[in-house]
Ligand binder design. Structure first.
Ligand code: Q46
Ligand code: ZN
Ligand code: ZN
Length: 313
C-alpha cells in the first residue's frame, strides 16, 4: 500500500476514506482534519482558552498534542481517580500525562479526588452503594463535576474531551436501542455552554480509534495501553465490538451511522422539543452548577451522603 500524496510506503490505510498515507503525510492530515471539524462545528477560536481533559490515554494525549500543534491555547486537566486495579492504573496514567506535559512545556492542572474529597473513587462508590459494585457511575458523575468546576473556576471558555468516533458511535448505538430522546438530543460534537458551565467539545469525534493509535505511534507519544480495570465487560465495549464487526463488512458504516445522525438532528428530524429537558434546570444551591434534581445536584448529594457515613463510622 502506497501513500496517495508521495507514493512512499503507507503508514495507515483508511478504508472508510479510501485513503492511505505515509507517516509524514498522516501527521499533516490529522491536524488538518481536526482544524476542519473545529471550524465546521464552531467549536472554538484561537482567542478562547481551552481546557483539555487528559487521562493519559491515546485519544486525550493526541487531542492535546494536535491542538497545541494547531496553535490553540490548550491547557490540560488530569483528574486522579485513585484506581489501582493491580496495575497502578491511576498512578501510571498520571505519570504519562505529566511526562507529556513536561516534554512539551505545557500547563497541566491536577485534581486528586482523594485529596479533594477524602476518598478515592472506588471507596466513594463502595460507601454509597451506587452502581452495583462498579465505580463507573460515581466516577462519571465526579469527573463531569470536576471538569465543570475547574473550567469555571479557572476561567476556561471551552472544555475539550478526546472522544473518538468509536466512542460516539457506541453511545449513539446504546441510546438508539432504547430511543432515549433526552440523550440523543444532547449528543453531538458541541454542547453549548449553559449558565455556569463551559461549552463542551469533542474535536476527535470523526476519527476512528485506530486512527488515533496510528497518530500516537507516528508522533511517538507514550500513552497508557491498559484500559481502566473497571471498563472490562462494559456495555460500551460490547457495542464497540458489534460496530467493528459491521465495519469489517461495510467499511465506513460507523462513520455514516454517526454523520447521518448529526444530519437528522440538525434538520430537527428527532422527536422531542429541543428545550424540554433544559427547561427544568435550576442551579444547585451548593456548587451552583445546573441540575434537574430538586435541591442539591447529584454530585453534592453524593458528597453529603459520604460525609454523613464518615461521621457515623
Ligand atoms: S468510568 Fe469506570 Fe471509566 Fe471511571 S471507573 Fe474506570 S471505566 S475510568 S471511562
Ligand atoms: Zn506521503
Ligand atoms: Zn452541586
Amino acid at each position: 500500500m502506497k501513500c496517495r500524496k508521495c507514493g512512499s510506503k503507507a503508514h495507515v490505510n483508511m478504508r472508510q476514506h479510501k485513503l492511505a498515507l505515509c507517516r509524514e503525510h498522516y501527521l499533516e492530515w490529522v491536524p488538518e482534519q481536526t482544524e476542519r471539524f473545529i471550524k465546521k462545528y464552531g467549536m472554538f477560536t484561537r482567542d478562547e482558552k481551552v481546557l483539555v481533559a487528559v487521562s493519559g490515554g491515546k485519544d486525550s494525549l493526541s487531542l492535546w498534542d494536535i491542538l497545541v500543534r494547531l496553535g490553540y491555547q490548550a491547557d490540560g486537566l488530569y483528574i486522579g481517580l485513585g484506581i489501582d486495579g493491580g496495575i497502578g492504573y491511576s498512578h501510571e496514567s498520571q505519570r504519562l500525562t505529566e511526562k507529556f506535559a513536561n516534554e512539551h512545556d505545557l500547563k497541566l492542572h491536577i485534581v486528586d479526588i482523594e485529596k479533594e474529597y477524602g476518598q478515592s473513587i472506588p471507596v466513594l462508590s463502595e460507601m454509597t452503594h451506587r452502581g452495583k459494585g462498579k465505580p463507573c457511575s460515581v466516577c462519571g458523575l465526579t469527573k463531569r463535576h470536576e471538569m465543570n468546576r475547574i473550567a469555571r473556576d479557572l476561567g476556561y471558555d471551552v472544555l475539550a474531551t478526546g472522544h473518538n468516533l468509536d466512542d460516539e458511535a457506541a453511545v449513539l448505538f446504546g441510546n438508539t436501542l432504547t430511543w432515549t430522546s433526552e440523550y440523543l438530543l444532547r449528543q453531538g460534537p458541541v454542547l453549548p455552554s449553559t449558565e455556569g458551565l463551559a461549552r463542551k467539545v469533542k474535536p476527535l469525534c470523526r476519527f476512528y480509534e485506530r486512527e488515533m493509535t496510528a497518530y500516537c505511534l507516528a508522533r511517538g507519544i507514550e500513552y497508557i495501553y491498559e484500559e481502566c480495570p473497571f471498563a472490562e465487560g462494559s456495555t460500551s465495549i460490547y457495542y464497540k465490538e458489534l460496530l467493528n464487526q459491521l465495519e469489517n463488512v461495510r467499511p465506513g458504516a460507523k462513520l455514516i451511522f454517526y454523520l447521518k445522525f448529526l444530519e437528522a438532528r440538525r434538520r430537527g428530524d428527532l422527536f422531542v422539543e429541543q428545550n424540554e429537558a433544559q427547561a427544568h434546570l435550576h442551579s444547585c444551591p451548593k456548587c451552583r452548577q445546573p441540575t434537574s434534581a430538586p435541591g442539591l445536584c447529584s454530585f453534592c448529594r453524593l458528597m453529603e451522603k459520604t460525609q454523613q457515613l464518615d461521621t457515623v463510622s
